[in-house]
Each structure stands twice: as C-alpha cells, then as structure tokens.
Design a protein around this ligand. Structure first.
Ligand code: KMH
Ligand code: ZN
Length: 308
C-alpha cells in the first residue's frame, strides 16, 4: 500500500484575519487546529506564530513556546517550524524559533523570489486590524530573501541539531540550488523537496510544470534519493495535489496556502482540508502515512530529540 504524507500548514503568514474568520491566530486556536488536523490524517504540521492580539505574523520564540509543547503532548504528528517567517522579518528573526526548539523538521526556502499576495486586497474595503492593509498591499515590493549565504547559514545552524528540512522550491532553479548544497555536503540524503506552485513570483500551477519539476528533480537527485511533496496556493490547492498524488508525490494542505474548501467556499478549519485530501488519497487506493511512517520515510531524529 502506497503511503502519502499529508502535511497541514495551519496559519502561515500570507493570509490575514480579515480574509477568513477561520484563520487560527491565538496559541489556543493553533493548538486546537493542529490537533484536529492531525486527527484527520495529517502526519506533519507546519507552524508559524502570530501575535495573539492582532494576528500579525511574528517570529517570537516565546509565542511558539505557547503552542509547540502542547501540540506535541497531544498528538504524535511531526512538528515542522517555519524559517520563512513573514515579509516583516529578517533572516535572523525567521530562524529564532527553530534554533531554540530544534524541531524534527523546519522549512527552508531554496531561493529568493518576488512574493506577491497584494491581489488579495482587491475585494477588501474594511480591515479588522490596522497592520493588515499595508502588509498585504506592500507585498508588490517584497523580495523574499533567501540568498546562498542565508541558506547555508540555516543549513549549518539547524543541521547541527539533526533537524531535517522541508526544502521549499518555488521554481526550477531552486532545484539546482538544492543540488548545489548537496554538492557542498550541507544537504544530506534522504531529503524532502516541497514543490510550491501558484505563488505570484514563482512557477505557475500548471500540470506541465509539475511534470517538469519532477523530471528535473529525478535527473538532479536520482529517483530514490529524495521524497517529494506538492503544495499549490489558493484555488489550485486541491486539484493540484490530486495530480501530485497521482504521480506519486506527498501533499500539503492548510489555511496557510488556501483559505478555501471549494470554489468560493471558505474552509471552516484546517481539518476540513485534511479530510478532503485524505479522501482524494484513498480514492487512488493509497493511504495517508502515520506520523511513525512519515518519520521513517523522512529519516527524522524523533520527537524526544526536540527541545519542546
Ligand atoms: N506559504 C508557503 C508558500 C515557510 O514557512 O518557510 C511558503 C512557506 C514558507 O511555507
Ligand atoms: Zn510556512
């Protein structure tokens, strides 16, 4: 039986509270959403933190400390801490939580790109919080910085504690950046590529691109040396992960990447998206991987080796 690792990215840093009442913001909401997503079949939970009062994305490890241990105590899911943070953070800020908690996994963005989510402001006339409007609109001038030096710094800092990476690749060139760090010995096999589609500034969510990314990864890394997963932003989320699962990939869902469950219909929880993804996986005769299976496939160090 084929096992598919379902990752759920609970809240992220792109969406803002005005866009959906269901976006988790407080530590308790992040805990509840994570536990429900894990119970629905997510083996990996990808986490960002937000200011509990305003919902603004933040990197403060003290806020992560208010949900990481609680989630870890109540589920067996693998906890994956972001190092992408938000447009408002420096690379050092982005790394603080992962460096303190030494999780089994953290994200690692494999190149610098334009990262525009300003289109989301089009239909909004009234914002819940003051920070939101400028935050969203200014993304037309945002460069998501991930230089070779930044990537090396993150690999060295977190690699030393045995943390493995969700290597987020937003375009074909990012796969070559992974190959570069493999050559330098900073990335070690086995590793996980998270292919990201449909971000304005990254590769589009078209099937031809998915096939090309997969073929390029196979050629660069060899089929057996790596695992791969797919996420697509916004409305492409579910159709695209269906295509990825058909091709043998793992999948990522969550309100970080899309607020919707169907055309124009807001998802009422992360778990709702996980249930839908699990249904798609099962329709193909595959099964969602358990956390233990995900740990084995991704060669993770184990829950007891984290600092939370
Ligand atoms: N929201 C994803 C497209 C990170 O956390 O490092 C990007 C992401 C970045 O997941
Ligand atoms: Zn993220």
């Amino acid at each position: 039986m084929d096992r598919v690792i379902v990752t759920c990215a609970i809240t992220g840093a792109v969406h803002t509270p005005t866009m959906s009442d269901f976006l988790p913001v407080t530590p308790q909401q992040i805990i509840d959403e994570s536990i429900a997503a894990a119970a629905a079949g997510a083996a990996v939970i990808h986490l960002h933190a937000r200011n509990p009062e305003t919902g603004e994305p933040i990197g403060d490890p003290d806020v992560f400390a208010r949900f990481l241990p609680q989630i870890s105590q109540q589920t067996d899911a693998v906890l994956n801490v972001t190092t992408g943070g938000s447009p408002a953070m420096t690379v050092q800020d982005r790394l603080r939580a992962a460096a303190r908690f030494e999780p089994e996994m953290c994200s690692l963005n494999m190149g610098s790109i334009n990262f525009g989510f300003f289109a989301a402001a089009r239909r909004i006339t009234h914002w819940k919080y003051e920070w939101e409007e400028a935050y969203v609109k200014n993304s037309d001038d945002f460069i998501f910085r991930n230089t070779f030096r930044d990537i090396a710094y993150i690999l060295e800092t977190l690699g030393a504690s045995g943390t493995k990476f969700e290597h987020e690749c937003y375009d074909v060139g990012h796969l070559y950046n992974v190959a570069h760090f493999l050559d330098r010995g900073l990335i070690k096999e086995p590793f996980l590529i998270q292919m990201v589609f449909g971000i304005l500034g990254g590769i589009g969510a078209d099937l031809e691109n998915l096939v090309y990314m997969k073929q390029t990864a196979d050629r660069l890394f060899g089929r057996e040396q790596y695992s791969w997963s797919v996420l697509a932003a916004g409305r492409s989320q579910m159709p695209f992960l269906t295509q990825a699962a058909l091709l043998g990939g793992h999948v990522r869902v969550g309100l970080e990447d899309s607020l919707f469950i169907g055309h124009g219909k807001l998802a009422t929880s992360n778990a709702e998206q996980v249930r839908k993804a699990v249904g798609i996986v099962r329709e193909m005769g595959k099964e969602p991987a358990s956390p233990a299976e995900a740990r084995q496939m991704l060669a993770l160090k184990g829950k007891t080796c984290t600092k939370f």
